[in-house]
Design a protein around this ligand. Structure first.
Ligand code: C2E
Ligand code: MG
Ligand code: MG
Length: 398
């Protein structure tokens, strides 16, 4: 995350627990460099601050406070004509939360998400991603230095978040994509676009790939033990695939975590199709022969030819999020999506739409015959522990 990226945010935290107020302020400041943080420990105090400071544009609101409940407070806030973002913090059941969420929307509030108590530092990424995604992001982000990446790998400062994928026609939860984050002593939680490219300039990416594989397989094993049978998708860089022992390493890990090969999906990018390194193809084919699935990520960013697509035993094509985010109403764009879907169909490859940010895109891709969806509308990247809660909530909505 850009250090100065969120200096335009002016936050008001409302909670009757001082511990929570301190904790949230600390995370916002240390992880996201958000320093403009006001706090209120009661509803009247919050209302007073909101009336006085028209600059507040991000509100974290506890649902359970003495005297005034969260619902009353939401209604009072809507009367103030507050136009900023609203995040709910709560420990109450997800059932109640979802009705409060729809209430917030009915009041015309710009509700962006809920932090379930106990709040984990990683949960904030989901809120920040949403805010960042709805604003113009800087086109180039400064890369971390090599020593910073080495330090993170050595100190085990890599975290993995999981973003759910669902089957579009049935809305069934089918799997998660593992997405890497780095905990940085000064910058807080850093997103992969600041360190993956740099790591790919050396063998550091191999260490990152291994760390992500181990962490995510271990989380997968816990889900499995708790009765969840889903697919795990992991992004693998071409550098890792060029290692002679890559496929064998995966087989060993599958064995260690007692994971069937068919539950693992490796996401690769179009770059791999363009160069003809035999070693990558050998690894990918060996993996596929054992049942590991392959997905071609970010499809549509470059122009892959059909011959190239046929070079690999692909199970999925992931349509890049730019198809759906930037100019989804453009007829050219729709034609492109249609072409990609029919190419995939001809080749017997299933399709996953990335960047499903709202209900309109969800309906569009379902109608166009795409098989699976992934995006903020369905679920943002979340820590492993939150996957069950997400699933419960998702199932209750469908
Ligand atoms: P990707 O594999 O295409 O992952 C999807 C990215 O889109 C994720 O960004 C995700 O947070 C974001 N996204 C998901 N839904 C939406 C949505 O509805 N709207 C918008 N605007 N964005 C959405 P993230 O986590 O920042 O990852 C960025 C890229 O970093 C990934 O793109 C992947 O190429 C790379 N990456 C992440 N983890 C790893 C890893 O462990 N290894 C390698 N080699 N690359 C990784
Ligand atoms: Mg991916
Ligand atoms: Mg992608």
């Amino acid at each position: 995350m850009e250090k100065s990226g969120f200096d335009w945010l002016n936050v008001l935290l409302v909670d009757d627990s001082v511990t929570i107020l301190n904790y949230v302020s600390k995370v916002l400041e240390q992880s996201y460099n958000i320093n403009n943080v006001h706090t209120a420990s009661s509803a009247p105090e919050a209302m007073q601050i909101l009336r006085q400071s028209k600059q507040i544009n991000l509100l974290f609101l506890d649902l359970n406070m003495p005297n005034v409940d969260g619902i009353q407070l939401l209604s009072q806030i809507s009367e103030l004509d507050y136009k900023g973002y609203v995040v709910i913090m709560s420990g109450v059941s997800t059932q109640i939360i979802s009705s409060v969420e729809s209430l917030a929307k009915t009041y015309g509030l710009n509700y962006i998400g809920t932090l379930l108590k106990p709040i984990h530092e990683l949960d904030f990424q989901y809120i920040i991603d949403k805010i960042g995604g709805s604003r113009q992001k800087p086109t180039t982000v400064e890369s971390l230095k090599v020593y910073e990446i080495i330090r993170a790998v050595k100190n085990n400062d890599l975290e993995v978040l999981y973003q759910p994928q669902v089957e579009l026609t049935t809305r069934k939860f089918i799997g998660v994509e593992a997405l890497c984050r780095m905990r940085h002593p000064r910058l807080g939680m850093v997103s992969p676009d600041r360190f993956i490219d740099k790591a790919e300039e050396s063998e550091l990416i191999i260490h990152i790939t291994l760390a992500v594989l181990k962490k995510s397989m271990s989380d997968w094993k816990k889900w499995r033990q708790a009765g969840l049978d889903i697919k795990l998708s992991v992004n693998v860089s071409p550098i890792a695939l060029q290692q002679i022992e890559f496929a064998d390493t995966i087989f060993m890990l599958l064995n260690d975590y007692n994971m069937p090969a068919s539950n693992l999906c490796i996401e690769i990018t179009e770059g791999i199709l363009a160069n003809d390194s035999a070693q990558e193809l050998v690894n990918l084919n060996r993996l596929n022969m054992r049942g590991v699935e392959l997905a071609l990520d970010d499809f549509g960013q470059n122009h892959s030819t059909i011959e190239r697509l046929q070079k690999l035993p692909l199970t999925y094509l992931k349509l890049d999020k730019s198809y759906f985010i930037d100019n989804k109403d453009n007829t050219n764009q729709l034609a492109l999506i249609n072409t990609s879907l029919s190419v995939a169909k001809d080749l017997n490859i299933r399709t996953i739409a990335e960047g499903v940010e709202d209900n309109a895109v969800m309906s569009l891709v379902t109608e166009m015959g795409c098989d699976f969806g992934q995006g903020y509308y369905i679920g943002c990247p979340m820590p492993a522990k939150k996957v069950f809660n997400w699933q419960r909530e998702w199932n209750s909505l469908t």
